[in-house]
Design a binder for this molecule. Sequence first.
Ligand code: GAL
Length: 802
Amino acid sequence: MPFNQFIKKAAMLAVFILFTTIAFGQGRTVADFDSNWHFHLGDVNGAELTTFNDAKWRNLNLPHDWGVEGKFSKDNPATPEGGALPGGIGWYRKTFIEPVSAESKKIYIDFDGVYQKSTVWINGHELGFRPNGYISFRYELTPYLNFGGKNTIVVKVDNSVQPNSRWYSGSGIYRNVWLVTTNKVAVSHWGTYVTTPQVSEHSAQINIKTSLLKATQGKVDLETSIVDESGKTVKSITSEVKNTDDTASIVNQNIEVSNPILWSVERPYLYKVISKVLSDGKVLDTYTTSLGIRYFNFDADKGFSLNGKHIKILGVCDHHDLGSLGSALNTRALERQLQILKAMGCNAIRTSHNPPAPELLDLCDKMGFIVMDEAFDCWEWGKVKYDYHLYFKQWHKRDLEDQILRDRNHPSVLIWSIGNEIPQQGDTSALRVAPELAAIVHSLDVTRPITTANDRPDTTNKIIKSGAIDLIGYNYHEFDYAKFHDRYPGKKFIATETTSGLETRGYYDMPSDSIRIWPSNFGKFVGNPDHTVSAYDNVRPPWGSTHEATWKVMKKYDFLSGFFIWTGFDYLGEPTPYSWPSRSSYFGIVDLAGFPKDIYYMYQSEWTNKPVLHIFPHWNWQPGKAIDVWAFYNKADEVELYLNGKSLGIRKKTGDDLHVMWRVKYVPGTLKAISRKNGNVVLTQEIHTAGAPAKIELIADRKVIKADGKDLSFVTVKILDKDGNLVPDADNLVNFKLNGNAFIASVDNGDPVSHDSFKVNYRKAFHGLALAIVQSKETPGNINFTATSKGLQSAALTIKAK
Ligand code: GAL
């Protein structure tokens, strides 16, 4: 393209960037830098050079994960443990114009996460290399930019050496990228540290440490304001900052807020801290930090309290992938996951086993989740051949510091975890490393306890002896919780990981009342030939336990401050108890597509105030077969079950029961459950024997989405019989069609064994359900979505993008 044409196009792009700027205050812009990258899969010589011609490369918008676009294969070097999807090397290039007016500014590029081993160049100049795929990092571009001309940013991503992960990592610039422009005098990167040294209902002391970067001699003022949710300034303080130099100087300010509204999981109230840098009244920078005012405590006897109120941490562990979207970050997809978990009563997330996307922490702040923010899955000893242990010695200090600096202002973050299941047998280095990591964390934040997730009593003892941790973290061993106090008098407890229950949504083996330990013997495992696992919460690996067994112990003792169940959602990779052809996990309470498994309702019945009655399985069996019918319920004394109008008896939970059960000789018809309290009906639920698949039903989670090119509508596809009953074994192939400014971002059905691509516009149902994810473009309008399937009545719905 001739240069003047390029300038014209780029100027239009620059205008576009201005409009997509997500955050700006006077003196600073933070522009979304995700659109219009050129991408090439495979290594290329000289692609970092400005003269390189990338015209033939694919044009795409970030965040981008090329792995999930690839084919599942057992031969992919990631192995089924890593999701059986391809890795490789990928190159990204983007050209942009910086206006001449920006010459006096400082310009940075912020990457929230690139998996992995990224090298970045600006105009042919190498800015740096970051091996850690989960860390956020910034480069300053200013000295290398052409102001008023074309600039080229190039990123090489190397995820070719595999296996380097025990789960699906994804590949590419899979999180957001930002272009940040500031004046020379500005708040530095992650430059505020806001703490609340004293909090009560009556008042809160807020301490704000602000790191200022300046390049001129002389004085500036730092005005810091606390602003409430209505936008009202609650209090302000201004400090004069004299004679700072090029290095950052820290300004210490204290503000008292009267009658603060405290941040809690029920009411996650957020204030804003707005830092303004002023010179003779002119605003040089505006920087916003969100603030949740809260206090919390872990007590050796009484467990966890938030704002003086005892609550249990009811958490789940999750990996970072978003199912069929792969690891490509999408804020709405994350928010949906959190909404599903919140509706279950979950109040905490463990970011296993790496720093999360910053959007996850923003959402947890806003939605009221407690976060255990984890740094590493390995230290000096690796778990798979090419994982981060290869880089640990050189990079752990920088990576851990960056994580703490980035995340320490989030009110949701209440625990730092410096590692998962370290050390392994024979690893003595870990006992030297643990205190070193703890010291790094403590040098940057002393307001939260540090833990490690320990999988064995001997390593737990060693880690405790090393003095590195404040909270003792147990992975599994729920049968040992009762002995914890005798073993570790005066110590504080958190179950960093539990359960690992195994389930396929919608699949049931009879009978249900015996526990199956799979793999029963490592290496000698025989499961179901079709790689299904029964969904009765009675299948677990040897190191795990069932959901019910774990929760029974957890709820019994106050000193158990809480737990993180492995896992909230199924994730790509680690298909225990199977391997290929399985390629995603069975551990989730919710499947990969976001459809809850039955056990979800056990938690909902225990953890929420919502009335729950959930009976299962489906009612399509061989006549005469003995079927176990389970009910999870709450807010009632009893449940009565009827088959075709005839009572099969009343069941009541006794002792620590979490469900009731009937063994029923199957005849087709209607199964009806009624829960009652003092003889009054609380809820009823009916399941009908379904006939042949006849029609499709579509349910969009949201019918109005933003026309911002990122927002999503999750459309659930149900296969029904002619009377509207879900057909429990339906696997009909459904084709999707879209009209309007949108596209199908991915499709799924939650089947851990399917090798069909996620990136097509058709999907087979799995146990009667499938999912299509509709993504907006940047033009408003109606999106008409149609689903058809051979022999079935089709369905359509309209989604509005505005
Ligand atoms: C744990 C480990 C997790 C996951 C889980 C599966 O020991 O910390 O990452 O592998 O086992 O049960």
